[in-house]
Design a protein around this ligand. Sequence first.
Ligand code: ZN
Length: 416
Amino acid sequence: MFLKRPNGLSLVVLTVTFIGCPQQAMTERQITDVANVIHEKALTIDTHVDIPDTNYATKVFDPGIDNPKLKCDLVKMDKGGVDGVFLAAYVKQKERNEQGYKYAYESAITQLAVIRRLPEKMYPDRCELAKSPTDVERIAKSGKKVIMIAIENGFAIGKDVSKIEEFYNLGVRYITLSHNGHNDICDSCKPSVKLGDRESEHDGLSEFGREVVTEMNRLGVITDVSHISEKSLYDVVKVSRAPVIASHSGCRALLDHPRNLNDKQLKALAKNGGVIQIVALSGFLKPDSPQRDKSISDVEDQLDNGKIGISQFLAKMREIDAKYPPSADVGVFVDQIEHAVKVAGIDHVGIGSDFDGGGGIPGFNDHSEALNVTIELVRRGYSEDDIIKIWGGNFLRVWTEVEKVAQELQRGSENG
Ligand SMILES: [Zn+2]
């Protein structure tokens, strides 16, 4: 069990009060009280948050204040009882030539330094970098916020498997194999028209991609299957010796979007022992108005074409949110969790908001509102154990298994 702190008195009291008490019989006040206790007890982790740009963790983009430009900052995490976040170094897919590979590697290296600046230089008294599940538990118990690092798009390693170890040594603990557009590792669920992608380039995971997953297994870097094509996912779970994650995806049965996983994919993920972290991005959860869709696709194009950076993208997203509000809300978000639980099982579902990368819906628009998710889960009858699993327990179990596999593989190669 991954708990932040041992059972407190308040929980004992509430358990006694509500044992055998069907949720329907609870008042809103009682639901909130129970949710508060569970939320406090759970080790809450969000597996996907983006950073706006390289000014992040400076006075320009200060994550130490309640920053109106950020959906995830230390103040909002505190307010919403969120213990840990994966901050992603997002690497845009560009042409696969010398220049493109150079850009990808340097972009990742720069952003890793930017992310590390937050726990190591700017607010070492308020947050700390975690490199293992043990670190996560220790840091959360100390009362500091847990910062973890991901790379979004395996393009960052180019064609060089040895780069994975370099990134691992810099603290990276999961890599999303692709983003929008195919790369040398695998096919993306969203081929890039601009880069001249065909529907499929590798028919899933490439030979090089197999080497990449194997090396990630050896090092203990979690493989992230969000953004990759359906066939790529099936290939990955076949090749990977360790469970994998979808760090920020939705369910295709509820909204037919290529970024979402269908039931067959959810079952493959569960069979692999992995976890789907449900994304809080409206466009993946419920059909939005055509005006909203059009406005978002316009600013996404501008971002893709390099006309605007992420921070300008986020500013434009705030304008769009005000003009054409998202149609999904926290209830729709929990519908997605429920569907994933129904298909994959309670041990294979978690939360990955995509805040500061397009995520955010009414009721769960930033980390200060995280308790609303727990309230909705309690209202629908989820038990304390279930909620603790969803809010981070499942993800930490996967990470622990990934570490175990790495140790075994490293021991095996030493002996052999
Ligand atoms: Zn993404």
